[in-house]
Design a protein around this ligand. Sequence first.
Ligand code: NDP
Length: 310
Amino acid sequence: MTAKRLDGTAVAAQIRAELKPAVDAFAAKAGRPPGLGIILVGDDAASQIYVSSKAKSAGETGLRADLVRLPASTSLEDLLREVDRLNRSDVHDGILVQAPLPAAMGAGAARRVFDAIDPAKDVDGFHPLNVGRLVQNRDSLVACTPSGVIELLERSNVPIAGASAVVVGRSDIVGKPMAMLLLHRNATVTICHSRTKDLPRVCAQADILVAALGKAAFVTREFVKPGAAVIDVGIARLTDRAEVERIFAPGSPARATFDKRGSVVLGDVHPEVAKVAGALSPVPGGVGPLTIAMLLKNTLRAAEARGAGR
Ligand code: NDP
């Protein structure tokens, strides 16, 4: 069996196309587009790429996106001041502070920053008020990556109600909200983490397996029930040839990419899983584009909820 490819790039394009008329309608009513303020602190290479993609995608969908770049030496107080400025801004409906923050800001900095964002503008869905609303299955701004996974499953006609779903990873930004969203759609949900015993056996019960642990190619075929839908949230970049050759078969496109670029992007799921799973989201081209599409959707939603388009 070769797993059906769950094409996140195509689904994200579909979502953006659906958003465009609503974004235009908002702009016509409000006399301005929905606005997103993105704060990037420091010069982490991956974060630079993420924020650029987010700003570009926002612009292409008709939203206003302002990228605020702050030096790595920025103090937590200065960052909080910038958040406060965006909280008060009339033209910014959504605020995103790109994680991770520089380690020098200290432990707990990210939590203080996320707590400081106006919950009505919290398009990342990280504020405790929005998390609480999610837990209670109330209307809320929900974290973009897990809500993107739900879009991918639903639009690919993967049944969720009654399914056994296993989420590997319990972070506040992916694993926990993912589990809640699946639960609210009536899956029977198991959350796994680094202390889970006999992880492959637990995962192999799943009709839907979501891998969000941040360990390249960790989920091998023994983790997967034949025919299961497997969602790969992880993103890693390998630069070591021996490791690439260990994971990818000779002649595979990933090896060719590595030969050309000296690195290859992959997820938490080993490529051999494609032989067992019924459906599989690729990396790249799976969950990543959906995360961005859901950010745009949340920004429009925040703009409409703030009433600025009335
Ligand atoms: P975190 O590091 O915050 O969380 C990882 C989770 O995985 C933890 O709960 C940890 O358990 C668990 N874990 C780690 N090792 C194991 C193991 N050996 N067995 C079982 N569980 C394990 O990561 P994030 O949730 O932030 O991100 C996860 C991955 O998703 C990363 O690769 C990240 O880059 C990617 N990501 C992708 C996005 C996208 O848009 N596609 C967006 C966000 C993240 P414990 O709690 O016990 O430590």
